[in-house]
Design a protein around this ligand. Sequence first.
Ligand code: SF4
Length: 446
Amino acid sequence: MNKRFYLETFGCQMNVVDSERIVDLLQQIGYRQVETPEEAGLILLNTCSVRDKAERKVYGHLGRFKPLKDENPSLILGVGGCVAQQEGENLLKKLRYLDIVFGTHNVHKLPEMVQKVEQNRTRCRETEFLDRETRLQLFPKRTEGEAVTRFVTVMQGCDNFCSYCIVPHVRGREVSRPSAEILDEVRHLAGTGVREITLIGQNVNSYGHKEGGEISFAELLARVNAVEGIERIRFTTSHPKDLSDELIDAFGYLEKLCRHLHLPVQCGSDRLLREMNRGYGREQYLRKVTRLKGICPDIRLTSDIIVGFPGETEEDFEQTMELMAQVRYADVFSFLYSARPGTAAADLPDETPAAVKQQRFDRLLSLQEEISRDTWAADIGKVLPVLVEGESKQGKGQIFGRTTWNRIVNFEGDSSMIGKVVPVRITKSFRNSQLGSIQEPGARSR
Ligand code: SF4
């Protein structure tokens, strides 16, 4: 039996964490990961349905593997993640060559499913949502470091039901992990050499809201801040309505908390924010940004913006552009709206022509490119602390790390620096990264 597996992951960091878990689980039943589908006896896709036409793309991706299955009928093909959760039995009905469908709450069942197919060639599906208690027992945990940076899952699911978003439908309700367990994991990872922790969850700053007696997210950050060996802390993704004053203040006094916050605004029009069911208005959002910048003047913000939400007028769009110009995000991930079946917004009338939406999208992109270029170019000449993560793809003798603002910097150095924070003078700035040169400790910015 070919005990090699090939895994493709789509979408967000939550999926990356699920994929790490998939790797662990498959290794436990004797599988070894390989780089190409041709070498594998088991091929898995871990899917995401947040973005445009996700289901169609998954069908397309699976089609790529059909010739391999035709050639080798014992090859096992499986799909997990949000599309598997959403489509369930449909996937098995439509694709006769597919063997396994596992939903977002069922990753732990994967070994059992794989063994069932190995032994009986039984096609199987597991997509039921689990109860709260079971989910708490199954939270993804990392026991090995082997890296400088690690994600730690602190909550899962979402109760917000933004009208355009599929996540609450495919990931289930919010559940927060006990803080004691999170801190144990962080301490353990610190002991294995991890230096930067990113606390993740679909709606991470609502951590503990539903759990009586749990600490607040700001307090959780303070406790992670106290863990010896950890040098940097990040968290994502935050909902603006759950960004408390206590959490904003934490950016002023937690020395390990990176000075970057991804704070998705989605749009700048109050009318559309209501239609999106975002739970905050433009002014409320801007007040939080002002407070953040007051507490931490060099904080850099990034955001998600949807262009062409149903009913978006020119005036709504202009309000989004004005907000962007006012906040001056370091980067924005912008998306042209596309309806997700099963969400509230999917039924809204949408009469704006596609060409108009595209024009708006292009205008927004060009404004953001200008702001991003200026933001990152302003770093040239500065000496910034960079946490070195590994050898760079740029070639021999090059290593890379990140600044507090989560920007990748490539520079000359050797592997003995991996895991250390070193002073780097920024010499060039590109669209997605920067170039630098290492300095003596204490070097000053020009
Ligand atoms: S907060 Fe809104 S956009 Fe974010 S996951 Fe929840 S429903 Fe989706």
